[in-house]
Design a protein around this ligand. Structure first.
Ligand code: KIV
Ligand code: ZN
Length: 405
């Protein structure tokens, strides 16, 4: 049976770029946008054009250059905002105006100083105007997860009546929980969308570390667009990470039978490109793209992986584009090559240190076809931490492998 499609809306260049230390200039945004297109995202949210002339120029440039994806521009509900977004998208092959307003009583009272009915009217006017400027309009209810649900549904209904075909449910402050969020999405689906041709989108922040879990729960409840960023960058604790959502869908298709257009082999190169542009390293234990994501500590895990990678690997490094480093050395040769490779990785070693690591390396290299840089780093770390038990452990590993050979 064909799998249902989930649209991937990447907001690295907007919500991601908004976070401290992650700003990008126009050329950097363009480089990222080209890579996102190659990665296979459906929508690139390129910026918030009214925020600055730089943002306007970046959205215009991405719109002019990226022809195979939808390019979205964010705006609030004022006429000036909507028109600025429309102007920035003028050259887009597939423009989308993304307009938003807050719907929680907290935001209405303290931020907007508007009544509920005024916000409904603002929504109606913004979406109507946006539809006059672009075929495709997305409406977001900021702070949806802390909004009164009946009121939220009323606002969404007004947006749809005015012409929005994508309604987005943001968990703006990363407050919701998977079961609660899936119920909310289900309620919006039943109470607002029904059988209309409208896509439910979700946009989760990671303040409680639940952005990806909440996004996946929403998909199960009927969301068909996910908003996310590369490396999970974004306001405060960040946004849901694109690489984690898309690999969860790929690896656990038995639980969530959906597909995306993401070329997963481009995940690691995209993550690396972003990291180098914003000069912000990926945390080593970050799922999918972290340096240690495929590294196996020496010892019991290595035994398992060497016998059969499925013991500890639920996906291959190649499937997410982690470059394989084919270092296959014999037991009695290659000390020099190994030391050089470590040097390339930034670890200059004394000859006696090379000897210690090499002992482990040869045991591993004998049995494992591909030794990744991550394996080398893990070998080094475990070797320096546990020098004393190294010889005994290596001998034990060799004995186990000899028995299973
Ligand atoms: O987090 C949020 O609510 C947003 C909206 C503008 C979609 O980023
Ligand atoms: Zn956001």
């Amino acid at each position: 049976m064909p799998k249902e499609r989930i649209a991937v809306f990447d907001t690295t260049l907007r919500d991601g770029e908004q976070s401290p230390g992650c700003s990008m200039n126009l050329l950097e945004k363009l480089r990222m946008a080209r890579q996102l297109e190659l990665l296979g995202v459906d929508v690139i949210e390129a910026g918030f054009p009214i925020a600055s002339d730089g943002d306007f120029a970046a959205v215009s440039a991405v719109a002019a250059e990226c022809r195979t994806v939808t390019v979205a521009a964010l705006c609030r509900t004022s006429e000036a905002d909507v028109l600025r977004a429309a102007a920035a998208l003028k050259q887009a092959a597939r423009p989308r105006i993304h307009t938003f307003v807050a719907t929680s009583d907290l935001h209405l009272e303290y931020k907007l100083k508007k009544t509920r009915s005024e916000v409904i009217e603002m929504t109606r006017q913004a979406v109507t105007l946006a539809r006059e400027c672009a075929e495709e309009v997305e409406f977001s209810a900021e702070d949806a997860t802390r909004s009164d649900v009946d009121y939220l549904c009323e606002v969404f209904a007004a947006a749809i009546d005015a012409g929005a075909t994508i309604i987005n449910v943001p968990d703006t402050v990363g407050y919701t929980m998977p079961l609660e969020f899936s119920r909310l999405v289900q309620r919006v689906r039943e109470q607002v969308v029904g059988d209309r041709n409208v896509t439910i989108s979700v946009h989760c922040h990671d303040d409680l570390g639940l952005a990806v879990a909440n996004t996946l729960a929403a998909i199960a409840a009927g969301a068909r667009q996910v908003e996310c960023t590369i490396n999970g960058i974004g306001e405060r604790a960040g946004n849901a990470s694109l690489e984690e959502i898309t690999m969860a869908l790929k690896v656990r298709a038995d639980q969530l039978p959906f597909e995306t257009a993401i070329q997963t082999e481009q995940l690691y190169p995209t993550s690396q490109l972003l990291s180098s542009i914003i000069a912000c390293p990926v945390q080593p234990n970050k799922a999918i793209v972290g340096r240690n994501a495929f590294a196996h500590e020496a010892g019991i895990h290595q035994h398992g992986v060497i016998s059969n990678p499925l013991c500890y690997e639920i996906m291959t490094p190649e499937s997410v584009g982690v470059p394989a480093n084919n270092l296959v050395l014999g037991k009695h040769s290659g000390r020099h090559a190994l030391a050089l490779r470590y040097e390339d990785l930034g670890y200059a070693m004394q000859p006696e240190e090379v000897d210690i690591v090499y002992a482990r390396f040869t045991t591993l290299a004998d049995r494992k076809k591909r030794i990744y840089d991550q394996d080398l780093i893990a070998l080094l770390q475990s070797s320096t931490v546990a020098n004393e038990s190294l010889a005994a452990e290596t001998a034990e590993a060799a004995a186990v492998w000899a028995r299973t050979a």
